[in-house]
Design a protein around this ligand. Structure first.
Ligand code: SF4
Length: 473
């Protein structure tokens, strides 16, 4: 499962802002590994550098030294809209002279096609195939005079998910959609300000966490300091997968440490679905903390039965057929010395398409495991996500196609149980109406479900007809 991107922004006249952005992006690498980019502004002009690859592959001292100024934004991309090409790397820059902006986006806009057509008719041109360029052009197209009003205009027109960092020649903005589906937080550093997808990025650069950017809020940072503008939507819909999967465990979102939420998910699973077993094993890395919670609650010993090659991530070298046939073994290696003749509780963060789980279970059995009992940290995913997570059609969701006993047989487990919605809410320890739970419940937080269902149908059959290279993955 993937979603789109990590964003960062800094306004700090006393700092090397490009270098700070580099280290913040390095901390946010888990949110996107396809491309990375930084744009800086010095009060007069904007300059940018973006390439395909990991943060450490993209930047070197020379590239950073050219990015001068006192404001910067940065972006790590995993594509949800637009294909994997350098033209889609962010930050994206649009406009001319003093009307230029750079923009970095985490999310997914659902009315892109309509807005694209409208802007094209007005003469705006597009150099990428991303919805981010539509947002940028929408802001530029506003006839309002002030940047905050221009952004507000765009917010009124956009439907979907966006956590944005935006930069003009002399101002930095942080923007979060009215539902707050993706996180964005605010901090301070050495008399300046920072914005980041997750608080872990602030920790790594020595910034102090201040607060979350609220859903529907625009913060403007310039020579007058920080100003905040907010339109209350009355609704919140943070993607709950931030706690179970996307965010780093050392990030705090809405005051809840992700690590503690994951541990509580494991404990909740042990409470809801106990089983007689010898060892608890988490699928590394996202489920190892939940496995700790399951082990602590159940009293069953925890073991590292499966080792993950942490550097497998994105590679531009294709494996040959023999290596490809090894499939998941490229990623995970089981230890027979630990697993042989044991009844295993295997804790995993989710089952989406069910492509990996059967291989992992096979690996455990090959290594000698006597029984494998799967315990999943979230409820069955039965409904597509239209908000940027790459599970966009019913057809590709295993739990939309099969019953739980059928899934158990399909993946080859001895038993299979999921955490309930109530158990999940209890684990994150925040009110239920804080979250989007749509992929479990079908209750979408924005009232355009019918159009989105139509889009899903279209995407499942006619990828090539869609604008912006949107693809079914
Ligand atoms: S539908 Fe699911 S994956 Fe998508 S934003 Fe909502 S909770 Fe997250």
């Amino acid at each position: 499962m993937h979603e789109s991107c990590g964003v960062f922004g800094v306004y700090a006249p006393n700092e090397d802002v490009a270098r700070l952005t580099f280290f913040a992006l390095f901390a946010l690498q888990h949110r996107g590994q396809e491309s990375s980019g930084i744009a800086t502004a010095d009060g007069q002009k904007i300059q940018a550098y973006a390439r395909m690859g990991l943060v450490t592959q993209v930047f070197n001292e020379e590239a950073l030294s050219r990015l001068t100024g006192y404001i910067a934004i940065g972006h790590n991309r995993y594509s949800t809209s637009g294909s994997s090409q350098i033209c889609n790397a962010q930050p994206i820059i649009v406009g001319k002279g003093s009307e230029t902006i750079a923009i970095a986006h985490n999310g997914n806009i659902v009315n892109t096609k309509h807005l694209y057509e409208e802007l094209s008719q007005q003469g705006y041109t597009f150099n990428s195939s991303t919805d981010t360029e539509v947002i940028a052009n929408l802001i530029i197209s506003s006839t309002e005079k002030d940047w905050v009003d221009k952004i507000r205009y765009a917010m009124h027109r956009l439907q979907g998910v966006y956590s944005l960092t935006i930069m003009t020649n002399d101002r930095l903005f942080g923007v979060r959609d009215p539902l707050g589906v993706r996180p964005l937080c605010l901090g301070t550093i050495n008399g300046g300000w920072v914005l980041a997808s997750e608080s872990c990025a602030l920790d790594h650069i020595g910034a102090n966490f201040m607060r979350e950017i609220e859903p529907g809020e625009i913060v403007s940072i310039g020579d007058k300091g920080l100003e905040s503008y907010r339109e209350e939507s009355g609704k919140r819909a943070l993607c709950i997968f931030e706690y179970s999967y996307f965010a780093r465990p050392d990030s705090t979102i809405n005051g809840r440490l992700v690590y503690q939420a994951r541990q509580a998910m494991g404990a909740g699973l042990a409470e809801e679905h106990p089983v007689e077993a010898d060892l608890v094993v988490g699928v590394p890395d996202s489920s190892t903390i939940a496995a700790v919670g399951y082990a602590q609650k159940s009293g069953i010993p925890l073991a590292d039965g499966l080792v993950k090659n942490r550097y497998v991530g994105r590679t531009f070298i294709e494996p040959d057929q023999r290596i490809r046939d090894l499939g998941v073994k490229l990623k995970y290696n089981p230890m027979p010395q630990v697993l042989k003749d044991k009844r295993i509780v295997m804790v995993d963060d989710s089952i989406v398409r069910g492509t990996t789980t059967p291989h992992v279970i096979k690996l455990l059995r090959k290594a000698g495991a006597k029984e494998v009992h799967m315990r999943i940290c979230v409820p069955p995913i039965r409904y597509p996500c239209f908000f940027g997570v790459d599970m966009a059609t019913y057809r590709e969701l295993l739990a939309a196609q099969k019953t739980i006993p059928e899934i158990k047989d399909f993946i080859g487990a001895d038993s299979l149980c999921y955490l309930s919605v109530e158990g999940l809410i209890k684990a994150v320890a925040l009110p239920r109406n804080t979250f989007c739970l749509a992929c479990f419940t079908g209750d979408y937080p924005i009232p355009i479900q019918i159009e989105m269902d139509k889009l899903a149908l279209e995407r499942s059959t006619e990828d090539e007809k869609l604008p912006f290279g949107m693809k079914q993955r």
